[in-house]
Write a protein that binds this ligand. Sequence first.
Ligand code: NPG
Length: 367
Amino acid sequence: MRVEAVELRRVRLPLVRPFVTTAAATTARSSVLVRLLTDGGEGWGECVALDAPHYTSEYVEAAHHALRHHLVPRLLAAGAVAGEAVAQVLGPVQGHPMAKAALEMAVLDAELRAAGRSLAARLGATRTEVDCGVAVGEAPSVGALLDEVAGYLDQGYRRIKLKVHPGADLEPVAAVRARFADVALQVDANGAYSVDQWPLLAALDPFDLLLVEQPVAADDLLGAAEVARRIRTPVCLDESITSAATAATALALGACSVVNIKPGRVGGLLEAVRIHDLCVAAAVPVWCGGMLETGLGRAANLALAALPGFTLPADLSGSARYFPLDLTEPFVPVDGRLAVPTGPGLGVAPLPEELEELTVSVELLRP
Ligand code: NPG
């Protein structure tokens, strides 16, 4: 498939409520979208980098720059390129996994649309729907947190994830567990603890959590292994897992017993599948993380989360949990599950009026 031009489009989607973590409060989702124009039709990709480099070092302005000046020119110079070759074409550029993932997603979408095949089928999906979990940002009070959680449970969400950090862990977890005895519950520290703070995490053991996500800094695999030895709750890694190679290292070190897979963080959907495969081979459960994606990224995540090793609920909620207005037809969970798109490629595309309304800038790049 020959890429004839690449459109880079900045969009900004207001959020229904601020998404608050220790690092930042996000009130709108800014993203770079990629639209490929090829000899076989178009394809869409979404870059999941956020406005500020708080989750990983990538952020939207830098990802846009990397796409504009380094990645898109390489793709255009490659002439004909297949989805499975994109990572290699972009390989000489170090880092920028989220920007690279957006281009790979767009190439896969274009080629699968042209072939009339769904992304889910291409990746090896075996499920038609995915269990939805909801990630709850930090709330102004425990009462507000309980109300928010109650609202999501009423809507049918099948798992709740709470953000924790030293000083804001035991109280919210105990309160949610006391009020909702049977709910599937997990916590995400985004690397907020030092290894020697493991007793704070051990204090969460009595609350029957599914897992504690990313307890220590992303590059501290030995630290994660130390925490995993000290606490009973399974340790899951997110930010630490940047590739199949780091996943293999983490498993070999005993740094985690569950893996969160986000295609953007690992450089693309195909690397995400490789991580899935090695976790399945090691009998390690995986689940699909979320990055407040628009409908485009959500469709891709649903295709991935339908693979057989994704045995825990995903951070994949309905569009209405995030956006008053999404770019695509909104995703609506039924009984706490989202249907995996079955149409060609992503199975969704931006709606013209919504796209227009949410667009901040557009630029078309040619060879
Ligand atoms: O449902 O998309 C979602 C949000 C899930 O909490 C969530 N994501 O640390 O995993 C995370 C966090 C995040 C959000 C990370 C945005 C980066 C960007």
